[in-house]
Design a protein around this ligand. Sequence first.
Ligand SMILES: C[S@@+](CC[C@H](N)C(=O)[O-])C[C@H]1O[C@@H](n2cnc3c(N)ncnc32)[C@H](O)[C@@H]1O
Length: 194
Amino acid sequence: MDYSSNFEKKFLDIGTGDGRYIYKKALENPKNLYIGIDPAKNLEEYQRQINRKRLKNAQLIQSSIENYDPKVENFFDEISIILPWGNLLKYCVTVDKDFFQRISGWLKPGGDIKVIFGFNEELEEKETKRLNLRDLNEKEVEFLKENYSILPNLQMTKFENVFYLDLETIETTWAKKLKFGANRNYFTISLKKI
Ligand SMILES: C[S@@+](CC[C@H](N)C(=O)[O-])C[C@H]1O[C@@H](n2cnc3c(N)ncnc32)[C@H](O)[C@@H]1O
């Protein structure tokens, strides 16, 4: 992928899952660049579709965020993290400063980080135990909000906590799956690089 090509906007989706989101977005917006990374081995189907349609503006990379280095600075217009699990979820719930600092370096000034995450201690017992996460009470939600609002070089422009999220508006595979599942405690957070 030639990063120097003239794309109008550049997007990075961390923990992109099967790559459907990247494929769809790239198809709909040929002037923009969409890069999706995920360590899971299920990118093949949408990689095939990307190849078949000869999309020059879509790239799927099999990698965890820990091993990913785009070797760019001030490059992306938007970085998204949509319905993460595993370590990626942990970074979001603990508001890991190093993580946010690292990824914000890849973002243009004025660019946005968009995070949507949700979990439920009862529904995801094994995973939440493994990550040492538990449902947050009101005070803890306030603490989370405060932590997001003091991240270096990032201005929090949105913080929403809802038990019901309109998953129709999220175009990823996992959002479609969760649509039929139970509600969770969801957080939608936007951060602007300053
Ligand atoms: C529930 S899926 C959501 C996938 C996609 N964003 C969607 O909405 O369809 C969570 C994804 O987070 C990815 N993930 C977990 N830890 C990660 C890490 N350290 N780096 C990158 N992705 C990670 C998983 O591989 C998984 O595909």
